[in-house]
Write a protein that binds this ligand. Structure first.
Ligand code: NAP
Length: 283
């Protein structure tokens, strides 16, 4: 599996596995299947409620810890966030049964962002989080965080798929040493993506599925992808994208599908901010 080097020096697989919206009672089986199929990057979050099940699957797999790349995410903390962030980090680690994380992400650009980030910087300096990053930061918020803090986020995990491609933003992030990671890379199945005529035609030419074309397109752009599936055959399909290459013409055809706007969550939409920003977890 191809890897990318993050600004902290850590290497991360370019393709991993996400566990959003997988009920905790199903997660252990799903992650066990994903590890058996060959995924080594796992992406969970405190807010997903399935960290313990991810941890059980990791332990039962017998795969050495150093071969895995585990990401979890800090949910929104009130000010002053320093102590709360450390507590949230320890809670996540205890649930996962790990002593360090490969990547710890601030899940949302809300709450006491500065307090959260400074506590995350401390955890990084202590070696507990090998890399730290953010999610759902639009350019204005990301630049503010970069210029006013010491550690530059290693990753920004944002909605990125054929209908919202983020090419200019990827370039800006690259200039600052921030790696783009796609969430919702398969657009969560929206917009009839799996039968889209442009994507289907390209898929047919390579004897691949539309999902494989989309994941190839992301990784060929240097975007780290973390598709989710509860079905083992789709997990295998989604990781099997390294034996073909999209031509420049095919990359250009896919570029025409960009709408330039979010399809799933727009973190600039006051209604979405209102919904997400006030949610708090119990522990
Ligand atoms: P996604 O990966 O774009 O799409 C998942 C959907 O596609 C599921 O309905 C899945 O169904 C289906 N699917 C997967 N592979 C398929 C295939 N080969 N053919 C047909 N259908 C297929 O959506 P996502 O889960 O929202 O995003 C991926 C990961 O990103 C998440 O799991 C999570 O780790 C992360 N994420 C982060 C944030 C954030 O705020 N940072 C937000 C959203 C997601 P089945 O499961 O039934 O196969």
């Amino acid at each position: 599996m191809e890897k990318v080097r993050l600004n902290s020096g850590v290497e991360m697989p370019i393709l991993g596995f996400g566990v959003f919206q997988i009920p905790s009672e199903e997660t252990e089986r799903v992650v066990t299947d994903a590890l058996a199929v060959g995924y080594r990057l796992l992406d969970t979050a405190a807010a997903y409620g399935n960290e313990e099940a991810v941890g059980r699957a990791i332990r039962n797999s017998g795969i050495p810890r150093e071969e895995l790349f585990v990401t979890t995410k800090l949910w929104i903390q009130d000010a002053p966030a320093q102590d709360n962030t450390r507590h949230a980090f320890e809670t996540s680690l205890a649930k996962l049964g790990l002593d360090h994380l490969d990547l710890y992400l601030m899940h949302q650009p809300f709450g006491d962002v500065y307090g959260q980030w400074r506590a995350m910087e401390d955890l990084h300096r202590e070696g507990r989080a090998k890399a730290i990053g953010v999610a759902n930061f639009y350019p204005d918020r990301l630049l503010d965080l970069i210029v006013n803090n010491e550690v530059v986020p290693a990753v920004n995990q944002i909605e990125t798929h054929p209908f919202f491609q983020r090419a200019d933003y990827q370039e800006l992030m690259r200039e600052h040493g921030v790696r783009i990671q796609s969430w919702g890379g398969l657009a969560e199945g929206k917009n009839d993506i799996f039968t889209h005529p442009v994507l289907s035609e390209i898929a047919e030419k390579h004897a691949k599925s539309v999902a494989q074309v989309v994941l190839r397109w992301l990784t060929q752009r240097g975007v780290v992808a973390i598709p989710k599936s509860v079905r083992a055959e789709r997990m295998a399909e989604n990781i099997d994208v390294f034996d073909f290459e999209l031509t420049d013409d095919q990359m250009e055809s896919i570029a025409t599908l960009d709408t330039g706007t979010a399809l799933i969550f727009d973190h600039h939409d006051p209604a979405i901010v209102g919904q997400i920003a006030k949610r708090r977890l119990n522990d």
